[in-house]
Every structure is written in C-alpha cells, then in structure tokens.
Design a protein around this ligand. Sequence first.
Ligand SMILES: C[S@@+](CC[C@H](N)C(=O)[O-])C[C@H]1O[C@@H](n2cnc3c(N)ncnc32)[C@H](O)[C@@H]1O
Length: 270
Amino acid sequence: MPEKIAIELGEIQKTMLLPLWGRAQETAKTHPALVDRAAQELVARLDFDFPGLTAGISPLTQAAWVMRAVRVDQVIHDFLQESPRAVILNLGCGLDTTFERVDNGQLTWFDLDLPDVIALRRQLIPENPRRQLIASSFLDPLWLQGIKAPGRLLVVAAGVFYYAERRDVRHFLVRLAGRFACQVLFDVCSPLGMRVANRRVLHNRRLGTGAQLKWGLRDPRDLLKWDPRFRLLHTYSYFGANASHLPLNLRLAGLISDALQIQYMLHLGL
Ligand SMILES: C[S@@+](CC[C@H](N)C(=O)[O-])C[C@H]1O[C@@H](n2cnc3c(N)ncnc32)[C@H](O)[C@@H]1O
C-alpha cells in the first residue's frame, strides 16, 4: 500500500476535493450514475479529513457534482465521435479523472490548474505524450501561446469560472477566441445560486472565504454581447434527463434547482 499523501493547498484549490469525493461516493453506490474508480483510488491515497470537509453537504449538491461530470463526459464523447483526434483542454482540472473515463486512445489532453494543484497531481497521475500538465492560472495569457491544437479543440472548465471576476472570464474567453476557433463547455450559476453556494462556503469550517464564488450569470445570452465570434451552442440544465436514476426527492429538488437556474452548463462556439 503506497504511503498516503498530505495536502497543502490554497483556499480555492481545496474546492477540488469536493467533486472528487462526490464522484468517488457515487461510484460506490449500487446503481451509480457515474463510475469513476480513479476518483475512489485518489481519495484513498490522500491524507485528508474528507468527512470534516463534506459534513453538512446536501445530497442535492453531491448529486450536482455527479450530474456535471456526466454532462462533461457526454459532450466530450460526442465531440470525439466527430473528431477522434481532438485536443481537450481541461481548465481547473483539480484531481479530475475525466481522461480515464473518456479516453479513446487518440485524443490529446491538457490538464491545467494552479501550481500547487499540479504539483499534487503530478505525484498521483502520471503524464504521458497524450496527457500533459500545465501549472498556471488560466487567466495568465502566457500558457495559451504554448498550446498547439492541430485538430479540433474543446475547452472544458468544470467548476472553475465561478472563482474569477466577470471581466477576467470575459478577457480570457476573448483571448481564447483570438487564438483558436474552438468550443468551450463550462458551468455557471445564477446570482441566486451564487448566494446559496457562498452561504455553504461560509458554513464549511474547512473552506476559507477565498473559496467564495465571484461570478454568476442570469442570462446566458449576455455572453454573446462579449464578442461577435461567440455562439451559444447549447444550454444544459444540471439535472434534466440525466437525473432519472436519482431518488424521487432528489429528482424533484433537481427540477426546482433547474427551474431556478441555480446552476447550468453552457456550451459555446468561439
Ligand atoms: C471546484 S474545483 C473543480 C475541479 C475539477 N474541475 C473537478 O470538476 O473536479 C475548482 C478548480 O479550479 C481551479 N482554479 C480556480 N481558479 C483557477 C485559476 N485562475 N486558474 C487555474 N485553475 C483555477 C482550482 O484550483 C480547483 O482545482
């Protein structure tokens, strides 16, 4: 049994442990919506008080992390059907193991996160020529210069843009559009969703105020005003049809959450 790895992470970075734990918990269920054995293995490798971090997390929040991962897998799967040799850029990757779930043996994958996350990731998940790590803020303009995408490019940012200011997300997306014609999949929350999430952060003794969300979006069409190249390919509700396996109470709560657009996913063409 390899030695457990201790964690020293910044406040925003620590948020990655929540969806990781959610995917591991889901995998252990009798009828999981998502099977992510790599997430289970990672949780087991870390020397960290997961029960302390996740105490008080509602079953709906936990289900939402899983629903997001299911949607990400679906969109990547469809993208790869059309372009098997595509490049996938996973921003704010945390300890996400989407690669393990969707790899078709041909794609090229970049996992980007802040330096302390990438240092930890490097100890746990090996790089290879088709799977590379980038230690940088996605807001730093430099790393983008180093990316080569000879095939089609899909950029995924799951649970990431919330932590940046609106103007910074805007600058990043405009810069990305200037470099590549690509697609971007990410989640956002409504201003109401942001208030709910930030109350949760305040009540979690393991998360600092640095983990507060900064950006919420009421109307996805507002993004189209940011740049004439932006096209809204799809808006996905979090729960919707993917929630059919959930217990009835969670399905109903998910429906309400969807109706209020507490969280949703956007698929943009740039
Ligand atoms: C809630 S976690 C999501 C992690 C992963 N995408 C997942 O779904 O498991 C947010 C992640 O975004 C990363 N992050 C936040 N701001 C970032 C930035 N400016 N640049 C790069 N990564 C960032 C954090 O370090 C963290 O790993």
